[in-house]
Design a protein around this ligand. Structure first.
Ligand code: GAR
Length: 193
């Protein structure tokens, strides 16, 4: 299974994928890692790992649909079986979703449909939930919407900070994302009955 991973920042979830592949635990080929802006650590660490990288910088486009078209074409050029939004903080349009129908997944640090958006951890804390978690789902044109593939809960501790809680969620999230990729890769290989 060839994958393209999209990031906007640190890429610690991406690193978990890279590590699992390197350890022989995850049978996928990382065709490329792409970002929506220059200078991300996610792209830097991918290049250091010898992976193909690209940037389709949102700031280089005045019209959003042109950025979407450029991103779609770039990702398509790697012929991925699956595209993984891993801390990729941009909404893509119908053209991208249609091109990668049932092949575009996202990871999010909350139990969707609760607390979508860029501040899922902060919003869950502010609401006062006692349990939150992470979700891997097929993505559509909404903000963290689409059919859920896997979820796992994380308990909120008294006096939790956003940073501390997000770090604990990410520990679970990395494992859940790698497991989901394993499951999707295995399903592709399974003989049709
Ligand atoms: C992850 O927790 C991911 O779920 C979140 O950004 C973080 C990226 O961390 N994504 C969203 O909030 C999407 N709405 P990473 O760059 O260290 O993998």
């Amino acid at each position: 299974m060839r994958i393209v991973v999209l990031v906007s920042g640190t890429g610690s979830n991406l690193q978990a994928i890279i590590d699992a592949v390197a350890a022989g635990e995850l049978d996928v080929q990382i065709a490329a890692v792409g970002a929506d802006r220059k200078g991300t650590y996610g792209v830097e660490r991918s290049a250091a790992a010898g992976l193909e990288t690209f940037v389709v910088d949102f700031k280089d486009y005045t019209v959003r649909s042109e950025w979407n078209a450029a991103l779609t074409a770039k990702v398509l050029s790697y012929a991925p079986d699956l595209v993984v939004s891993s801390g990729f903080m941009r909404i893509v349009d119908e053209h991208f979703i249609a091109t990668f129908e049932n092949r575009y997944i996202n990871t999010h640090p909350a139990l969707l449909p609760a607390f979508p958006g860029a501040h899922g951890v902060r919003d869950a804390l502010a609401y006062g939930v006692k349990v939150t978690g992470c979700t891997v789902h097929y993505a559509d044109t909404g903000v963290d919407t689409g059919p859920i593939i896997a979820q796992e809960a994380v308990t909120v501790e008294p006096d939790d900070t956003e940073e501390a809680l997000h770090e604990r969620i990410k520990v679970v999230e990395r494992r859940l994302l790698v497991q989901t990729l394993k499951d999707l890769a295995a399903a592709r290989k399974a003989p049709v009955a």
